[in-house]
Each structure stands twice: as structure tokens, then as C-alpha cells.
Write a new protein. Sequence first.
Length: 279
Amino acid sequence: MKALQRLIFLSILFSSLSVTSFAQQYRILISNDDGIASPLLKTLSEELAKLPNVEVVISAPAENQSGSSQSTDGRELTVEKIYNDDQFFGYAVSGRPADAVQFGIRVLGKENPFDLVISGINRGANVGDISHQSGTVGAAMEALLYNTAAIAVSQEVKGVNTQASALFIVQLVRKYQKDGAPEGVVISVNIPAGELKGVAVRPMGDAYLDMGNYNLTSETGNKMVYTQRLGLTRSKDEASDTYAYQQGFITVTPLKFDWTAYEMIETISAWDLKLKNDD
């Protein structure tokens, strides 16, 4: 009889522990704009999966969608389950980065919502105003539409230890788990190449890419092909994320949806604009 009672007690105890563990589980949705085959995304997911009480789910574009910003395809999505070495890896979504995040939040997180969306690790920096064009940042911004905290992480194309980049994000996730994530804000992290000098929290700065002119490279009948040669520029704004990044600092920049130029509200109101021009 005592043995039976002990068995029942242990059964109830383990059941309780299981429910508690599930309730405390921190769910992270990972996406990117380089596509689900990106090795940088794989490294990030592997490091995050090592955290206790963390579930990692991947929903990323099926193909490279760099430069998509926060645009969406607006059409039906084809979603494929991806396996690596017979192990389920994630969902490849036919649309853009924002579509992949939408699918993740609205379908994969419908019954059990995500606590955090992480977009990256992107191959190439997203500092300065280039962030507006970034599919990596756009995917993170999409999460804000669904009241979900988000991080965008990017690193230099070459000369960066991707595992170290992932571990920096793990540090942020631990902070979020412990103290909660900031609401209505995307934390954009950029990691440069070479010896790192520290961490700099900076506002969005000037451009580091020189978009260059379009040059006509071929012409056949009515069809013309133009190419654009990109270049790099040095930031002169010492208070910006671009400058700090180029000086060898990991930059952390809080971004918001609101693009309003509040200083212009009263000025434009004084223009006395009317529904119809009577002049």
C-alpha cells in the first residue's frame, strides 16, 4: 500500500514539474533575409537551442530576399518542411522575410505565442539609414505589428566569428528572459570584423554604402541593362552607429516604427491647407 502511495505521489510530482517546465518555456522564432540555407542562421539557432527552457522555431524565406525591407508578397505562400541529416530544421516560406515572420507568428505561434523574434544573423552590416532597406531589420519590424519583441542581428561579410556573434545574442536573450523585453522596440545589433573594441549603444547614423551611378552595360532593341557599382564610405558622425561600427565596436541601436518628424507638425499645420484650392 505504501509503495502504491509513493508511486502515485511521484507520478503527481513529475507531472507537476512537467507542466511547470512547459509553462516557463521561452519560445523564439528565428527568421532572416538570406534564406533558410544560410549557415549563419544555423549557427544562431544552434546556440540559442542550448539555452535552458528555450524552444527555437525557424521560419525563413526559401530563397535569398536581401533588400526586401518590410515588404510582403501578398500572394499565397508555399511552405516546405526542411530536414538536415534527417532532423527537422525549420519551415522554408516562399515569400519575403516579413511573410516568413507573419507565417511564424500567425500559424506556428497561433496556439502558443512566441516570446521573441530574432532576425539574422545577416551577412552584411545594417547600420545607418541602409536599415530602411534591410530585409533583416524589416522582418524584425514585422514582429512589432504583432506585439512581439524582436532583435535584428547582422555581421560583416568576412572576418567575423559567427559563433561569437551568436553568443552575443544569447547574452541579450538571457537578459530578456530574466527582466523582460522592451515593448515596441527592435534592438538592431551589428558586429564588425577584426578585433572588437567594445559595445556601443548608438542612434541610427549616416550611410556607409555609396550606391553609385547606373551605367548602361548592354542594349538590345528596346531593352537596356544597367548595372550599379556599390562603394563604401566613411562616416563622419561620431555619435552614430555607423561611425562606431567602422571603429570596431559592436553597435546596439533601438529602432521604432514611428517615422514622424514631430518638429514639423506645427509648421505644416500653419500652412492652412484646405480641401480645395480657391485661388
